[in-house]
Design a binder for this molecule. Structure first.
Ligand code: FE
Length: 349
């Protein structure tokens, strides 16, 4: 049950490559190894360590893990092609899973257990979600009233001119949100919405979700959108500046009187050339278990996808409950490419 842990760098240490059976100039398919599972992961949270260790303990299957940025891992899997030792890719956001899927990196998995445990809207034939996050509205309580920012559409109203802060329109989180807007309201309305928001920008898009929250808290702008786990992270933080920031902002579940708040996922798929396919499917099924669900979700302050699984996370629970978008995640994922075109036309850089 020893857990090998690598951080992916531009030039991974030779030992790391050797450990994964990946030696330069060996084009032959990676050989299956009994009792081994090779995971490429763009998720690296402390509680995930327990998740992997428990799997090894329960199954005797040793996990070799390569951690890295999503784009680098995808590029690597493409370059390795049929010689790839990777069995499973774990990542976040449907837009990213769609990128990997559209490149043909996954293979379909048929599993009765996954079909029974994971809601149909949260899986596709080639990949599955294991936790969810929501994209919510965060506003400065001194600058705006809660009533002004009840929906994503509200962010495009002229009344909010100079008040909106956003991260890049090319980021998967915003592309997935854009895909949801397109799916529910059509391409033309989605483009008008994006144009309206761009016209309301307080500044050019920059930074990540946490930066947007901090800008709103500091009064640099009145409103933004953020994934819930960034908020929960700040809620759980002991830093006085984070506590102050959280005291200055309000959080709104968008679109409660229409199609619901956009949710996204952390997920995984079995890779096309997986040398240890059975172990990979077994790990997917393990992730759908109650205990693993709690670990997986808690690792990033997310919600489990399996009904009845409970992540004991008071800060997350404090956010309350909400009506979420029921759009199938696979459909959403496939619309992210169109979302990028719509955002490009609207000038959301
Ligand atoms: Fe994130």
């Amino acid at each position: 049950m020893s857990l090998r842990y690598f951080v992916l760098r531009r030039r991974p240490a030779l030992t790391a490559l050797a450990a994964l059976g990946l030696l330069a100039g060996s084009p032959a398919p990676a050989a299956a190894q009994a009792g081994v599972l090779n995971i490429y992961s763009a998720r690296h949270y402390q509680t995930d360590e327990a998740l992997y260790a428990n799997f090894s303990k329960a199954t005797g299957i040793k996990i070799n893990r390569l951690d890295g940025k999503e784009e680098e891992l995808v590029e690597r899997i493409r370059n390795e092609a049929s010689a790839s030792p990777a069995d499973l890719l774990i990542t976040v956001d449907a837009a990213r899973l769609e990128v990997a899927d559209s490149l043909g990196l996954f293979q379909p998995v048929k599993s009765r257990l996954l079909d029974e445990r994971i809601p149909a809207a949260l899986r596709t034939p080639n990949w599955s979600a294991f936790s969810t996050r929501a994209r919510v509205i965060v506003f400065n309580k001194a600058a705006l009233k809660r009533e002004q920012v009840q929906s994503y559409a509200d962010l495009a109203t002229p009344a909010l001119k100079g008040q909106v802060c956003m991260r890049s329109g090319a980021h998967p989180y915003n592309l997935s949100l854009g895909a949801a807007v397109i799916a529910h309201e059509g391409e033309a309305k989605a483009e008008a919405w994006a144009r309206g928001m761009v016209a309301n920008f307080a500044r050019s898009p920059k930074g990540g979700d946490t930066d947007q929250i901090k800008s709103v808290a500091a009064g640099e702008c009145g409103v933004t959108v953020s994934n819930t786990y960034y908020l929960v992270r700040m809620m759980r933080s002991n830093k006085p500046e984070d506590q102050q920031a959280m005291a200055a902002v309000g959080v709104v579940w968008p679109n409660q009187s229409s199609w619901g708040t956009h949710i996204n996922i952390s997920g995984a798929g079995v890779l096309k050339h997986a040398p240890n396919r059975d172990a990979a499917v077994r790990f997917m099924e393990y992730l759908a278990g109650d205990e693993a669900q709690a670990y997986f979700a808690n690792g990033n302050n997310e919600w489990p996808v399996v009904k009845g699984s409970v992540a004991a996370n008071p800060a997350l629970a404090a956010l309350g409950s909400f009506k979420s978008d029921t759009l199938p995640i696979g459909e959403l994922a496939k619309t992210t490419v169109l979302a990028q075109k719509v955002f490009d036309r609207a000038g959301w850089k």
